[in-house]
Write a protein of this length. Structure first.
Length: 243
């Protein structure tokens, strides 16, 4: 895609050598972008953007030793200048919580200062309006988490089929995991079973979820642990029903 005018960029980076290096990347690799200003502090940045609104801010997160300053700058850019795109360019290569904070603050993407660094492709993607622009180190982690999540969900679906789990079994096990007694579960809205029926259901679940001969002496706690191991219930999504 060809553009008729330069793509205006402000770089915010508090390490002088890295700032110079980033400017060189733009000058040598991203010729259709124009660096209209640079800032090493938040105090230097706001007069720049207020004076001449850029198309994109390339923003380091660790300004002045505080990682949260960059996140706050990103959030405030999006409040004041909604059309300005923010691409995070950070050396915080292990701080995943910080990446999430930056994305929640409205950043279009995150490029870690490792591997191939900033490329024309990254900047072009942001310029074309793409969200979630990442370089390889973050993409690798995203794919790893995605594969793990899909595997866990598949294991849960297989277990529900293999052990013939219906919606009442799941609700019963989930509320046992949350510390509900059988009396409390029987009083849940939409649970059409009394305490005696729930006791029978618990015994039936023990027979189904444990190998033959291993269910003797199993109580509600051990049953819940087994259900969690089989992923019939999900530890990260234990929410009670409306009572």
């Amino acid at each position: 895609m060809e553009y008729s005018k330069k793509f205006k960029v402000i770089i915010v980076e508090d390490v002088k050598l890295e700032l110079k290096g980033t400017e060189e990347i733009f000058r040598n690799e991203i010729s259709d972008a124009e660096v209209i200003g640079t800032a090493m502090t938040e105090q230097e940045f706001w007069p720049l953007i207020d004076n001449q609104q850029p198309d994109m801010v390339l923003l380091d997160l660790g300004l002045g030793g505080s990682t949260m300053i960059g996140v706050e700058i990103c959030r405030n850019i999006k409040k004041k200048y909604a059309d300005v795109k923010v691409l995070i360019f950070t050396g915080e290569v292990l701080n995943e919580k910080l990446w999430v904070d930056a994305l929640k603050a409205g950043a279009e993407g995150i490029i870690l200062k490792t591997g191939e660094l900033l490329t024309k492709t990254d900047v072009q993607a942001v310029r074309e309006g793409k969200k979630l622009v990442f370089n390889y180190p973050i993409l690798e982690k995203i794919v790893e988490r995605f594969m793990s999540s899909v595997s866990q969900e598949t294991a849960r679906q297989d277990a529900i089929i293999d052990y013939d789990i219906d919606e009442y079994d799941e609700r019963f096990l989930r509320h046992l995991a949350l510390g509900y007694t059988k009396d409390m579960i029987a009083n849940l809205k939409g649970m059409p079973f009394g305490v005696k029926s729930l006791e029978k259901r618990q015994g039936d679940l023990i027979n189904r979820l444990f190998p033959k001969g291993e269910g003797i002496g199993v109580n509600a706690t051990k049953l819940v642990v087994r259900a969690l191991q089989l992923r019939i219930i999900d530890l990260d999504n234990l929410e009670p029903d409306d009572e």
